[in-house]
Write a protein that binds this ligand. Structure first.
Ligand SMILES: [Zn+2]
Length: 268
């Protein structure tokens, strides 16, 4: 019998049982609704954050909460900017409050091990603030044993994988938008959502070392991709997915499933 790790698939008693009897880790994927060039879907970031969370949850005894699909505003120099049709964003305060509320709800129902898995570059410090405020609120309420791990699913890439995926050199995570990393992962996981015939020939973005407000859309290649997606493949995607699954599940194991944390559990 298949055993779903998706919270939305579970009845409330089963969710409760897994929290109480299996000490389940709750994973909250956070993505974006954001343009990803001509060839990738608007949901790329939340789809990927959710899938990487699902894979990690299966390894570590986790439950994947419904994702936060909306994100902090796309920035010109990292996501192409908020001016593209379909890029549908939240103000920073809205994202902070939404994630803060949801984290506290998990804790209210008994979760003590929580992970926020981020798939959108611009979310970073808004999620930091949400985690910080949630833990502070809980502490004021007398709940002192909640721990939240926050990471990007693609926080680290090994040199070995980088060499194969980026023979011409890695552009860096900020420019990896609609480019080889995301395109390859999508080709491996959800090929029906990728239209490789629409991969653009735009040159890589060449930004000045500062931001402007309002932003200047002329800085961004017309497609919205900040680095070329040519050279993407399902094979590279599999390598990246495997590596990131190891990365996320390894982090969760290290923080939440070591012998030491098991011993702490027994004592408490
Ligand atoms: Zn993305």
């Amino acid at each position: 019998m298949s055993r779903s790790v998706m919270m939305s698939d579970l009845s409330w008693p089963e969710y409760k049982r897994r929290l109480e009897e299996e000490d389940a880790i709750i994973l909250l994927p956070v993505g974006a609704v954001e343009q990803h060039g001509y060839h990738l879907p608007l949901g790329t970031d939340w789809i990927m954050a959710t899938e990487m969370s699902r894979r990690a949850a299966e390894r570590v005894g986790g439950i994947v909460a419904p994702p936060v699909m909306y994100a902090y505003k796309s920035q010109i120099r990292s996501g192409g900017g908020n001016h593209y049709c379909g890029t549908t964003s939240l103000d920073g305060a809205s994202l902070i409050e939404m994630v803060r509320d949801v984290l506290k709800e998990f804790a209210r129902h008994g979760a003590r091990k929580i992970a926020v898995i981020d798939g959108h570059y611009e979310n970073e410090f808004f999620l930091t603030e949400a985690c910080d405020l949630a833990v502070r609120d809980l502490r004021y309420d007398g709940v002192t044993d909640v721990r939240i791990l926050k990471m990007r699913y693609c926080e680290e890439i090994s040199d070995e994988v980088l060499e194969i995926a980026y023979p011409a050199g890695y552009p860096g995570l900020a420019l990896e938008h609609g480019a080889v990393l995301e395109t390859s992962m999508m080709l491996h996981l959800f090929p029906h959502l990728v239209d490789v015939s629409k991969i653009s020939d735009d040159p890589p973005a060449d930004f000045p070392p500062y931001d402007l407000y309002p932003g200047n859309p002329d800085w961004v290649p017309p497609s919205g991709c900040l680095a070329p997606a040519h050279g993407s493949s399902a094979e590279i995607g599999k390598m990246l997915v495997d590596e990131f699954t190891d990365l996320v599940s390894g982090a969760l194991e290290a923080q939440f499933r070591t012998a030491q944390t098991a011993a702490e559990r027994k004592v408490s």
